[in-house]
Design a protein around this ligand. Structure first.
Ligand SMILES: CC(C)(COP(=O)(O)OP(=O)(O)OC[C@H]1O[C@@H](n2cnc3c(N)ncnc32)[C@H](O)[C@@H]1OP(=O)(O)O)[C@@H](O)C(=O)NCCC(=O)NCCS
Length: 182
């Protein structure tokens, strides 16, 4: 069983390895500090063995921050009639441990991130989710889920809150599918 929880001190950060050193280092060294300072919030997928009440094994993670972006970074269709600076939510990082890759956990985390982002839009506004992809392969992963690249930067991607709400984004893509079903 997979559980998604806010990162806590007793979670085993050092045991995590997604194969990308910068994403490992961030979880090992930066995530807690940023969380304590209120700069970002990290959520982890924990694998619970049968009967285990408080699992500590981190299988995947992502981080969320509030973001303000210039509207020139938005895909044309979303840019109209907006002021120059626009509020949104930034998906700082998304990574899955090597042992769990390709089993739908990335998708589960993405849907979890969208659910939390939607709560933020509802309470404080925000036009969508931004993500800085590490490279073209990662950008392809996000495009697969309906994210659109900025006109001036293929590694900056955007998922409109309206698309996510309409069910055409990741949450509606494969409802019910997740790591538990694999
Ligand atoms: C990228 C990553 C987060 C994906 O997580 P994952 O759990 O392995 O991916 P999932 O199993 O949820 O994949 C979901 C779907 O995306 C597809 N997919 C995976 N990688 C893809 C890519 N680079 N481009 C396009 N589609 C991709 C899968 O084929 C799958 O589609 P399907 O269900 O139709 O077969 C993970 O592999 C990882 O941590 N990689 C190393 C770190 C990294 O590059 N992170 C990118 C953050 S910038």
């Amino acid at each position: 069983m997979m559980q998604v929880r806010a990162l806590a001190g007793d979670h085993d950060r050092q045991g995590f390895d997604c194969g990308r050193q910068e994403l490992n280092d961030w979880l090992w060294q930066v995530a807690r500090q940023h969380q304590d300072k209120g700069l970002s919030k990290t959520f982890v997928a924990l694998s619970a063995k049968a009967g285990e009440e408080a699992p500590t094994r981190i299988c995947g993670y992502y981080a969320l921050t509030l973001a303000e972006l210039e509207n020139r970074h938005l895909p044309e269709a979303w840019r109209k009639k907006l002021p120059r600076r626009i509020p949104g939510v930034r998906l700082g990082r998304l990574a899955v441990d090597r042992q769990y890759q390709g089993k739908g956990l990335g998708e589960l985390l993405l849907v979890d991130a969208l659910t939390r982002a939607q709560r933020i839009y509802a309470e404080a506004g925000g036009i969508g989710l931004f993500v800085d992809a590490l490279d073209e392969q990662a950008a392809g992963y996000y495009r697969n889920f309906g994210f659109e690249a900025a006109p001036d930067n293929p590694l900056l991607l955007f998922l409109s809150a309206r698309v996510a709400e309409s069910g055409k984004g990741p949450a509606g893509r494969k409802a019910g599918k997740g790591p538990g079903s694999n």
